[in-house]
Design a protein around this ligand. Sequence first.
Ligand code: GLU
Length: 417
Amino acid sequence: MENLNPYQIAQVQFDRAADKLDLEPWMRDLLKTPDRCVTVNFPVKMDDGSVKVFTGYRVQHNDSRGPYKGGIRFSPEVSLDEVKALASWMTWKTALVDVPFGGAKGGVVCDPSKMSRAEIERLTRRFTYEISDIIGPDIDIPAPDVNTNAQIMSWIVDTYSMIQKRNVFGVVTGKPTFLGGSHGRSEATGRGVATVALELLKDEGLEPKGLTAVVQGFGNVGYHAARIFVEKGVKVIGISDISTAMYNPDGIDVEDARKYAEKNDFLLEGYDKAEHLSPKESILEVETDILIPAAVENQITMKNAGNIKAKYVVEGANGPTTPGADKILYEKGIIVVPDLLANAGGVIVSYFEWVQNIQKEQWPYEMVVRKLEEKLISAYKNTRNLAEEERVDMRTAAYMIAIDRVAKAIRTRGIYP
Ligand code: GLU
C-alpha cells in the first residue's frame, strides 16, 4: 500500500531532490524538520450556549530567508502531520519564486460548513489570541487557505490589533482591498495556475484556442483558473467540487456554474447543464489536454495515475500528487507542473500586499498582474530548464532550486551562537 501521509510524502519529495544536491548531513536534518510546531486547545462558545473545545496548529518550518509565511485552513481533515507538510511546502514555494519569506502553515480542526458565521468569528478570534505571541508582520504572516477568506483575515487583523493596541494590517495577507488588501490577491492563485499552464503550452508549441481543460475543485483557485482559461480560449469540459463532478464535451459555462454555486451554499450539486459523473473522482480520468487538481492532497495516487489521460497536469492544490503517482506520470510522458510553482501566485501577491502595507500604498490591479506574471514566468523558466538539464521531473527541479536557495541562506548566515 502506498503511504498517503502528507508529512512523509514531503520527506520523500525532499530526499529525491536533496540526493541530487551536495547537502551537508546536518543541513538535511535541519531542513527536513520544522523549526517549531505549536498545538493549541481552546474553548469556543457555540450559538446554543454550549462550549466546544477545538484544536489548532501553527507550524513554522523555516525563516532563514525572511518571516514565516503561509495560510490557515479550517477543516475536519486538519492534522499536525498535514500542517507540517504544508509548512515545508511554503518554505520551498517562497524560495522557488524568490520572495523574501520562509514557510509556515496553520489549521484548526473544525467543520465550518456546520458552524454559523458568529461561531466561525469567535473561533477565529480565539485561535488568533492563542497564536498571537508567535505571529506578526516581521515574524510570521498568515493568509487564507482551505475554507478561510478575506473576512476571516479581517477578524485576525482586528483581534491582533486589539492585543497590540494599535492597527497592525501587515499581520496577515489576503485582506479585503478596503482594509489593506492588495488588488488581484483573491484571484492570484487561480491566475497563477492559468499563467503557468499557458506558458507551458507556449513551450510545447500549442495555441490555447481549442484545447480542453478539466478542473477538480471549484473554490477560489479552481474557479479563477477555469475563468481565465475560458478567457484565453481553452474549453473547460469538466469541473468538480466536494458535492459533485460535471462533464460537458461542448464546454461548461464557468460563470453560469459559479452563479449557480453561489446561490447553492457554494456547491455545484444539482446544476443541470452538464452530465454528473460518479464517483466524482473519475473527473480526473477524463480525456483532456490539461488537468488542474485544485482541491486537496492525495488526489492522484498509484491507484488512478495509470488512468490519467491528460497531457499536462498543473497543480492548483498543495500536494495533490503522491510520489508513486509522480513516477507513473513521468514514465507515461505526462508533464506535471508542481504545486510549488503552479499555485505560487497566491503567495507572490501576498508578498506584494505585505510590501504595500509597509509602504502604506495600494498598487493598481494591472501592476499587480504584470508583476505576478513576471515572477511566475521567470520561476517557471528556471524550473523547466533545470528539469531538462538534470533529466528530472519538474517537481524535483523545483525542490532543487528551492533547497539550494534556503541552504545558501543558512550557510551564509551561519549557526548561532
Ligand atoms: N495558502 C496559500 C498557499 O498555499 C497562500 C499562502 C500565503 O499567501 O501566505 O500558497
